[in-house]
Ligand binder design. Structure first.
Ligand SMILES: [Cu+2]
Length: 97
C-alpha cells in the first residue's frame, strides 16, 4: 500500500506539472497590404512582411479567412496588421487589428 501511495503521489505530481497552464502566447501581428479580397471564396491576397510564427519570408500570397468577423475587417488596398496560422493545414488569417 505504501508503494501504491507513493506511485499515486508521483502520478499526481506529474499531472499537476503537465496541466499547469502555460501563459497564452501573445499573437504576433504582422504588417501587410490587402491586394485582393474574395469574400465569396473567403480568400484574401496579402502582400505580407515576415511571418515569424510560420517561418515565412515577406511575399504576396493568398490566405483563407474562415472567420466572417475577420473578413469584414478586410478591404482591398488597406494596410493591415494581422495574425496568420495553419488551420487544418491551410494558411488562414485568424486575426486582424
Ligand atoms: Cu507568405
Amino acid at each position: 500500500m505504501k508503494t501504491a501511495g507513493k506511485l499515486f503521489a508521483a502520478l499526481a505530481l506529474a499531472f499537476s506539472v503537465t496541466t499547469v497552464a502555460l501563459p497564452a502566447q501573445a499573437a504576433e501581428f504582422t504588417k501587410g497590404v490587402v491586394k485582393k479580397l474574395d469574400t465569396k471564396a473567403k480568400k484574401v491576397t496579402i502582400d505580407h512582411e515576415d511571418l515569424k510564427n510560420l517561418d515565412m519570408p515577406a511575399m504576396t500570397m493568398v490566405f483563407r479567412v474562415s472567420d466572417d468577423a475577420v473578413l469584414a475587417k478586410l478591404k482591398e488596398g488597406a494596410s493591415i496588421e494581422f495574425v496568420a496560422d495553419r488551420v487544418n493545414g491551410k494558411l488562414t488569417v485568424t486575426e486582424v487589428k
